[in-house]
Design a protein around this ligand. Structure first.
Ligand code: CDT
Length: 303
């Protein structure tokens, strides 16, 4: 067996007035707790350093850019990286990335994996950006990811880290089977996912009561159909008046939930994950080389 002891580090709400320093202290506290439980890896949510700012419309780019990181680590986030190195615990962190690339400023919804020495070893930029690009005042709150971020340009990279093949997805990505399948085709053994999911979906309020069900349904199916572990970490609770779901969970390649959060606050969800369990699914029901029929799937990429 190849055991990776993992924690989904669920975060309760981060209000707009909360400083980066206070958030980093919360992250460090969770990292310390995880180290105490012998964890190798801690998964933090999407956009884990600030409140979920796409809920607000503004034409003032400076106001929005205040939620972005221009460097990682930065002076404010350095303590988390230093602690990871000192405790020898890796982590996955979601943040808003502002970068000069191709001769212009670009903004992505990004996550990174940091190894046990505190170094960034893998980066992913969110591909499925939900919501809308223009102000829609009829909504109780906005979801302006299509305005504030570009579609990620790194595909879904995977890499051998801590003895397993790891990859990442971010929030809305988890609802799309292609997300897991692309990484599945690259041999992924654990997919790390952070999310901010408002309970209320303004265009489809009849879905609201199914929020946790759809969250689990997507991640459990992704795990099973690709023979991979999935770790989902929420930022949740009532943030600036907007309720977001919790239910952070660790899911086995069988599709079974091994551990799940009970609160809507800062909470660690822990599991000892045997990466060798992936092979049992990858070599039988989901032996891609033997059973996939890509010729019949052409429509998926042609439309
Ligand atoms: N952050 C993010 O991607 N949230 C979306 C909300 C979309 S409403 C269905 C999510 O898929 O959870």
């Amino acid at each position: 067996s190849r055991i990776l002891t993992v924690a989904a580090a669920q975060l309760g709400p981060i209000q707009r007035a909360d400083t980066r320093a206070s958030v980093v202290r919360r992250l460090c506290d969770l990292l310390r707790q995880a180290a105490g439980h012998g964890c190798d890896l801690v998964v933090f949510p999407e956009l884990a350093l600030t409140t979920f700012f796409p809920r607000w419309y503004t034409e003032d780019q400076t106001e929005i850019d205040a939620f972005f990181e221009t460097a990682l680590p930065s002076a404010e986030t350095a303590p988390l990286f230093a602690l990871a190195g000192a405790l020898k615990v890796g982590f996955c962190l979601g943040y808003a990335e502002l970068v000069e690339e191709d001769g212009r400023l670009r903004r992505f919804n990004t996550s990174v994996i940091v190894d046990k020495s505190g170094e960034i070893v893998l980066k992913y930029r969110k591909i499925h950006l939900p919501g809308h690009a223009e102000h829609e005042p009829w909504r109780a709150f906005q979801h302006l990811e299509k305005r504030y971020f570009e579609v990620g340009n790194l595909n879904w990279p995977v890499r051998r880290i801590m003895g397993g093949v790891l990859g990442m997805a971010i929030c809305n990505d988890r609802r799309w089977p292609e997300t897991y399948r692309v990484m599945g085709l690259k041999g992924v053994e654990m997919v790390l996912i952070g999310y901010n999911t408002p309970r209320h979906n303004p265009p489809a309020p009849d879905h609201d009561r199914l929020s946790e069900f759809h969250n689990q349904l997507s991640m459990q199916a992704g795990a099973y159909q690709n023979g991979t572990w999935v770790v989902g970490a929420a930022k949740c609770g009532v943030e600036e008046g907007c309720e977001m779901i919790g239910a952070s969970s660790i899911i086995a390649p069988s599709g079974q939930i091994v551990a799940q959060a009970l609160t809507q606050d800062d909470e660690l969800v822990l599991a000892r994950c045997d990466l060798d369990m992936c092979a049992s699914y990858k070599e039988t029901t989901f032996n891609f080389a033997k059973h996939r029929q890509p010729e019949a799937y052409r429509l998926i990429v042609e439309q």
